[in-house]
Design a binder for this molecule. Structure first.
Ligand code: FES
Length: 535
């Protein structure tokens, strides 16, 4: 006999069947020559050493074969020499079927499968229990990094093995095999991400942010910075000379000079949210809205990135287009998101005046709602918080309906909130004089289109980009035009339109003004490609 595996598995009955099926001739050569396929070469040893699982069959005293799946760390079945394998038997389900079978019959058959490469090795041998006092062999079977408890050790004397054809092996992959397979892709994705990040970084023309900016008469320095929420930062400002600051009323704002990434000086308005009774400092809160496309024009992104302690800002005096009117009427304050800033100052003023009021503050989540904890302490049950992620939404109609008839409503927040309050109030017949509001003015109107303005006096044509206002585009050309709020509230920048239609976005023009062809340069835009102005 030559092929040891054929010797063991090709029984008389099997051979008879091969003859019947005309396959015997193909296997006849396996009976020729010297014995082979019973000593493991490096090929088999390496293959076995790479496996982390195998199937093992034993024979019971009832003649039933019993097949068990065994798994462990890669190489848990050790090749001790060319004809000996061994493995540690770890504590399992305590049925001891295989171990019990081996007491009666030492025959064992193993199948090792390399699924990704569709290779399979079958092996037969005789198994024996390693003696409890054979510490040397037991130690050689243990896996250092495998923490399961070893109950016993087995060695297998190899009698025969054979490699199978790869047919019918479906490739399967373990987690570590998958990891190594996709490693080149993972690396490539990582490199592409880095590349993309670099591309999206705005090209800054600023070498370093100027330590002083602005041309206003009020010299302020940054004396404190606090992170209120993941996206909102509070900035405390004091007089550069240590003087008392000009008084301000709730609803007031500061026009903060900001040097954009392209080096241009611009101004952004932020409500003063500190208590108006404090004269030694102002506090503003700035929401960072990272938008890689428009970061070069984003004042809030610049403030978050470059404003540091000690930076000097020469501002103009606080302005106010959102006054809290003197009245004994009950007040309902409504804030959405960062719109809390002027509303907070109003609430603190009303507390000090002993006025009747309630504050309704809504946001995405409590964690994103600046000052929610402090306001809870300061105004207690006059405050109601509405966190959307908790399913707690402000019911505007219910609030307006249940508020006292003579109440005045002060509200600030995103466009949608303002529009909903205005339309609900109109539907409920609440007088316009009872409604006081301030919208956010954002440079990030995603529906905006570029257009050209023609100036009537000079016949100059100026392109207004998506990110800038007509006012900013005109000022950038060195043309002196009056302005103040830059938010459509003060009328300072109003001009007459000679030709073209306007998308009005201000809060200060009346319907009659609009019919008379007036527009605010700071917020309104052209409805078509061109707009001709009396300028
Ligand atoms: S600057 Fe105030 S409305 Fe334009």
């Amino acid at each position: 006999m030559a092929h040891k595996y054929a010797q063991l598995v090709f029984t008389e009955t099997v051979r008879a069947m091969q003859k019947e099926q005309n396959s015997r001739a193909g296997y006849a050569s396996m009976d020729q020559g010297e014995d082979y396929n019973f000593l493991l070469s490096n090929v088999e040893a390496d293959f076995i050493g790479q496996r982390d699982s195998l199937y093992m069959a034993s024979v019971s005293e009832t003649d039933w074969p019993y097949v068990q799946h065994r798994g462990g760390p890669k190489g848990f079945l050790k090749v001790l020499d060319a004809s000996t394998l061994g493995f540690a038997d770890y504590k399992g389900n305590r049925q001891y079927v295989s171990a019990g079978n081996f007491r009666n019959n030492d025959r064992v058959a193993l199948i090792f499968v390399d699924y990704p490469n569709k290779r399979r090795l079958k092996l037969m041998g005789r198994i024996s229990l390693v003696a409890e006092d054979d510490w040397q062999t037991l130690a050689s079977l243990e896996d250092d990094h495998y923490r399961a408890k070893v109950e016993r050790g087995f060695t297998i004397k190899v009698e025969a093995f054979d490699w199978n054809c790869p047919q019918h092996i479906t490739p399967r992959y373990s987690e570590s095999e998958l990891e190594s397979l996709i490693a080149p892709l993972t690396n490539e994705i990582g490199e592409l991400k880095e590349h993309l990040k670099e591309k999206l970084q705005p090209e800054s023309t600023l070498q370093s942010y100027p330590q002083t900016s602005g041309e206003g008469e009020l010299p302020l320095v940054i004396s404190g910075i606090r992170q209120l929420t993941p996206r909102i930062r509070a900035i405390e400002l004091k007089h550069a000379n240590g003087d008392a600051l000009p008084a301000f009323a709730a609803g007031a704002h500061l026009s903060i000079p900001v040097v954009l990434e392209d080096g241009k000086l611009t101004h952004r308005h932020y409500s003063i949210c500190s208590n108006p009774s404090r004269s030694n400092s102002y506090e503003i809160a700035v929401l960072n809205e990272p938008n890689q496309e428009q970061i070069r024009q984003s004042g809030s992104a610049v403030i978050h990135q470059h404003f540091t302690l000690g930076l000097r800002l020469d501002c103009s005096m606080p302005g106010n287009y959102f006054h809290l009117e003197q009245s004994t009427a009950p007040i309902v304050l409504i804030a959405g998101g960062i719109g809390i800033t002027p509303i907070k100052a109003m609430a603190l003023t009303l507390i000090s005046q002993g006025g009747e009021f309630s504050l309704h503050y809504c946001g995405r989540s409590i964690d994103e709602m600046a000052f929610s904890d402090r306001l809870t302490r300061q105004i207690g049950n006059k405050l109601t918080l509405y966190a959307a992620d908790e399913g707690n939404k402000l019911n505007i109609k219910k609030l307006l309906t249940t508020s006292p008839k003579e109440a005045h409503f002060y509200f600030c927040g995103p466009q949608k909130l303002i529009d909903q309050i205005l339309s609900t109030a109109q539907a409920l017949g609440i007088a316009k004089s009872q409604l006081h509001f301030e919208r956010f003015v954002s440079n990030q109107d995603i529906t905006a289109q570029p257009f050209t303005v023609k100036l009537n006096s000079s016949q100059k044509k100026i392109t207004v980009s998506v990110q800038e206002s007509i006012l900013d585009a005109v000022l950038a050309q060195g043309i002196d035009v009056p302005y103040s709020c830059k938010s459509g509230a003060c009328r300072a920048c109003v001009v007459t339109v000679v030709k073209g239609d306007v998308i009005h976005k201000d809060e200060c023009l009346t319907e009659a003004d609009k019919s008379n062809k007036l527009m605010c340069l700071c917020v309104s835009r052209a409805a078509q490609d061109t707009l001709e102005l009396e300028l």
